[in-house]
Design a protein around this ligand. Structure first.
Ligand SMILES: *Cc1c(COP(=O)(O)O)cnc(C)c1O
Length: 233
């Protein structure tokens, strides 16, 4: 992983410009789309440099790895997003460390987050992950199971149910991911009707497909390698 402040600034500027252009194509102001910089495997120095350049939202996928980094960078220096799959036994730690959990896909995990949030007097933002593409290797609730899950999570204290999240299908060309993103948005629209409440956030789009995701209504793109360079395997 290379780290050089000028490169980092150039990449951030470039990505912000592309987000703004894609938002304009979807008839929305750029401010409606939050850039979450994904810092898994990224060195603390590079994360600190990105924060100094104005990156205010950071995403990590593993609680264990995130803990040391969040303490080093500073819990209050950024909004921290947990974007990966969370095991229930790490729910307490996740509530301490993160402002938002993107990958909630079952009611037991939501219940554990709720209990920890209540006992620490916090309100935790959660997004429900949907497996739109149906790929067996993916986490996320199947579209058919979404509404009952949302109803149960909406009733839990200590959680703010803010919307939905998905990981786009693994495709060669970003364009091929478009239908999945459109599907998540329409599932969200349907669920809003059914539940009689708004679900404002759609977390979708990564380095290879964030422009398409924004065109389809994403409010939160999770971008790692396009900012910080390729991750070593
Ligand atoms: C790693 C990861 C990302 C960022 O991927 P890039 O292709 O590097 O932008 C986004 N979302 C999730 C859930 C991830 O695990």
């Amino acid at each position: 992983m290379d780290f050089d402040g000028d490169t980092l600034l150039q990449r951030l500027d470039d990505i912000r410009g592309r987000i703004a252009a894609a938002a304009a194509r979807s008839g929305r102001p750029a401010e409606r789309v939050t850039l979450v910089g994904v810092t898994k495997t990224v060195a603390v120095e590079a994360v600190q440099a990105a924060v100094a350049l104005g990156l205010a939202d950071l995403g990590e996928s593993r609680v264990q790895e995130a803990q040391a980094k969040i303490l080093a960078v500073g819990r209050d220096r950024a909004r921290w997003h947990l974007i990966g799959h969370l095991q229930r036994n790490k729910a307490g730690r996740a509530v301490e460390l993160f402002d938002r959990v993107h990958g909630v896909d079952d009611v037991d995990l939501a219940g554990a987050l709720s209990r920890h949030a209540v006992s620490s007097g916090r309100s935790l933002s959660v997004l429900v992950e949907v497996n739109v593409s149906g790929e067996a290797t993916k986490f996320g609730v199947a579209p058919e199971g979404l509404e009952p899950l949302l109803e149960r999570i909406a009733a839990l204290p200590g959680l703010r149910l803010d919307g939905l999240m998905t990981v786009g299908a693994l495709v060669e060309r970003a364009e091929a991911a478009r239908s999945g993103f459109a599907r998540l948005r329409s599932l969200r629209d349907q669920a809003e009707q059914q539940l009689g409440r708004t679900l404002p956030e759609l977390s979708m789009g990564m380095s290879g497909d964030f422009e398409v995701a924004v065109e389809e209504g994403s409010t939160m793109v999770r971008v790692g390698s396009a900012i910080f360079g390729a991750r070593s395997a």
